[in-house]
Structures are given as structure tokens and as C-alpha cells.
Design a protein around this ligand. Structure first.
Ligand code: NAD
Length: 321
């Protein structure tokens, strides 16, 4: 039996991860440690909050005493660390909370994991740590060249996590995934922001030329990869996770517009984001050669995602600024 601590489990990816893990692994227990920031939403797990095997602790990953006592008292053997400040635009406005949560919070977790003899520590990271490339795809051995304070704080936390493996032998694994989409994503990120704006008859703000490229992955494909890595990954390793759906922002916007029966007149071009990376692309050959594959067809997953936001206005309406 695995006793798993999930951090940031009230956020977008973490909440989808907890729901999937409890459905697919009846023998595990999950403790969700989340500070309930603006992005942490108890409604994300309302449907499973009373499930046997699930418990929630409200708290900050930077709180050493709290983190130690959760790990120790609950005899945690596995940590899956999603908690982070995650929105690039916010990191441009004020990076301090990004450094605090993403770097210091990760350090507190690593140190406590070491003291408590945790057997697996999966640190969830992002393609953004490699920076931008006009062509080709980054592999796990490429150098890090983050552009935004967000991605720099994630790169810092990745290196810290790996250092705990090299220095102390802590069984750390780092995963780096591309842009996720799916249900329960805070409506400041492109797909839920644009979908909910359009449902309200509002235009959608496209940065710059709209030609920046991202590789989009359905959140359940990301989460299945994390589950696969929990079982099959090796300590000290980095695994890229990607599905190969590279689209520029105008193309993804066009997909949402057509699913909602609207046209390009709903696009409003706005000043580009400072330091806006042109293209992210990951090579996930390492993970695929171990047997992982993305399962969801992009068009189907996008259709289901847009339908989910249309049908779950109760969820996003209170979050719109
Ligand atoms: P999110 O912003 O939706 O959720 C973050 C969660 O962390 C929230 O529930 C929040 O309350 C919690 N949190 C923040 N600060 C905390 C603190 N100090 N202590 C405890 N909890 C805290 O983020 P997300 O999109 O679900 O991303 C989860 C992880 O995946 C992040 O580490 C992110 O870097 C990584 N990631 C995200 C994407 C993506 O496309 N969203 C892609 C690759 C990697």
C-alpha cells in the first residue's frame, strides 16, 4: 500500500491526479496538502472529499513543522509535489511568492522527506525550464535556460530536487511536462480563459502575433505518465512528458472558436507578454521507450474540455475577475 502525500492537490493538475489515483488504485491513501491560494479550489475535489483513503490538510509547504508532522504522523512513503505558483503573467508582476513557494517550499519538502525516510519523491516540473527553441525538441540532458521568473523558480527547484538525490541519496524523480488542458483549470490560463470569455460573449486576448507555439497535452495523459513514473521511474532521473500536439496560439484559439460556433472576429490582439518564449517542444522518447504513450486524441479531448466548461458554469463563474 502506498501512503502518498500530494502537494497542491486543490489545483488544476493535482486535483485531476488525486481523482484518477483514487479511482484506479483502491489500495492507496492520499493526503492532500494545499494552502488554498487563489488557485487552490476546494470545489475541484468536492465530488471525492468524503472518499475513504482521502484526507485534506490545509497548510503551506514552506511551514517546516507542519510538513514534518504530516509526513511523520501519516507515515508517508511517497510524495508527488505539484504545489507551486504557476502563472507566468503573475510572476512578471511580482516574483517574490514564486521564489518562496517554488524554491523554498520545495526545499522544505525535500528536507522533511529526507528526515522521514520517504521512498519516492516525484517533483512535477515544466517544459518551460528549457526555454524556447525555434526548431527541434529538448531532451532531458539539454541545458536549462528559463526566461520568466516562473520558469526560473521551477528550474531552481528542479536543480535543488536533483541535488538531494546526488548529495543525500533521496529517491527524487523530476518530471517535465508540456502545456496541460482539461477540466478544473483556473480561468486565467488560455483555454479556460478563452472558453469562458466566449461563453459570456466577450472577445479573447491573443498576445502579439499569436504565432507562439506550445505543445498541448490532456491533463489525464500527464497524470497517467506521473503514475507510470511512480511505478517505473528510477531515482535521480528526469522524464520529459509530451504528446506532440504542437499548435500556435491562433490555431488553439481557432479550435475553441469553432467548437463554440464562433469566428475570428472574437479575437482581440494585445501587446505581447515581456520575454514571451516563442516555442516550447519536448522529446519524450525516454519515457515512451519505457512503455508510456499518451492515450487521448487531441480533438476529442479539446471537444470534451470545452463542453466541460460550458456545462460547469457553477465552477468557473465565481473565479472570473
Ligand atoms: P495550479 O496553479 O492550478 O495549482 C497550484 C496549487 O498549489 C493550488 O492548489 C495552490 O493552492 C497550491 N499552492 C500554491 N502555493 C502553495 C503553498 N505555499 N503551499 C501549499 N500549496 C500551495 O497549478 P497547476 O497548473 O495544477 O500546476 C501544478 C504543477 O504542475 C506546478 O508545479 C506546475 O509548475 C506544473 N506544471 C503545470 C503545467 C500546466 O500546463 N498547468 C505544465 C507543466 C507543469
Amino acid at each position: 500500500m502506498k501512503r502518498i502525500l500530494v502537494t497542491g492537490g486543490l489545483g488544476f493538475i493535482g486535483s485531476n491526479f488525486i481523482r484518477m489515483m483514487l479511482e484506479e488504485h483502491p489500495d492507496i491513501t492520499i493526503t492532500n496538502l494545499d494552502a488554498v491560494t487563489y488557485a487552490g479550489n476546494p470545489a475541484n475535489l468536492k465530488d471525492i472529499e468524503n472518499e475513504p483513503g482521502y484526507s485534506f490538510t490545509r497548510g503551506d509547504i514552506c511551514d517546516r513543522d507542519l510538513v514534518f508532522s504530516v509526513l511523520d504522523r501519516q507515515n508517508i512513503d511517497t510524495i508527488v509535489h505539484f504545489a507551486a505558483e504557476s502563472h507566468v503573467d503573475r510572476s512578471i508582476e511580482d516574483s517574490s511568492v514564486f521564489v518562496r513557494t517554488n524554491v523554498l517550499g520545495t526545499q522544505v519538502l525535500l528536507e522533511s522527506a529526507l528526515k522521514c525516510g520517504v521512498e519516492r519523491f516525484v517533483h512535477i516540473s515544466t517544459d518551460e525550464v528549457y526555454g524556447s527553441t525555434p526548431d527541434g525538441s529538448f531532451s532531458e540532458t539539454d541545458n536549462l535556460a528559463p526566461s520568466s521568473p516562473y520558469s526560473a523558480s521551477k528550474a531552481g527547484s528542479d536543480l535543488l530536487a536533483l541535488s538531494y538525490h546526488k548529495t543525500h541519496g533521496l529517491p527524487v524523480i523530476v518530471t517535465r511536462c508540456t502545456n496541460n488542458f482539461g477540466p478544473y483549470q483556473y480561468p486565467e490560463k488560455l483555454i479556460p480563459l478563452f472558453t469562458t470569455n466566449l461563453v459570456d460573449g466577450k472577445k479573447v486576448p491573443v498576445y502579439g502575433s499569436g504565432k507562439n507555439v506550445r505543445d498541448w497535452i490532456y491533463v489525464l495523459d500527464h497524470n497517467r505518465a506521473v503514475d507510470f513514473i511512480l511505478e517505473n521511474g528510477s531515482p535521480g532521473e528526469i522524464y520529459n512528458i509530451s504528446s506532440g500536439n504542437e499548435l500556435n496560439n491562433l490555431e488553439i484559439t481557432g479550435t475553441i472558436l469553432s467548437l463554440l460556433g464562433m469566428d475570428e472576429s472574437m479575437i482581440e490582439y494585445v501587446a505581447d507578454r515581456p520575454g514571451h518564449d516563442w516555442r516550447y517542444s519536448l522529446d519524450s522518447t525516454k519515457l515512451r521507450s519505457m512503455g508510456w504513450r499518451p492515450e487521448y486524441d487531441f480533438e476529442t479531448a479539446m471537444r470534451e474540455t470545452v463542453s466541460w466548461y460550458r456545462e460547469n458554469e457553477w465552477w468557473w463563474r465565481p473565479l472570473k475577475r
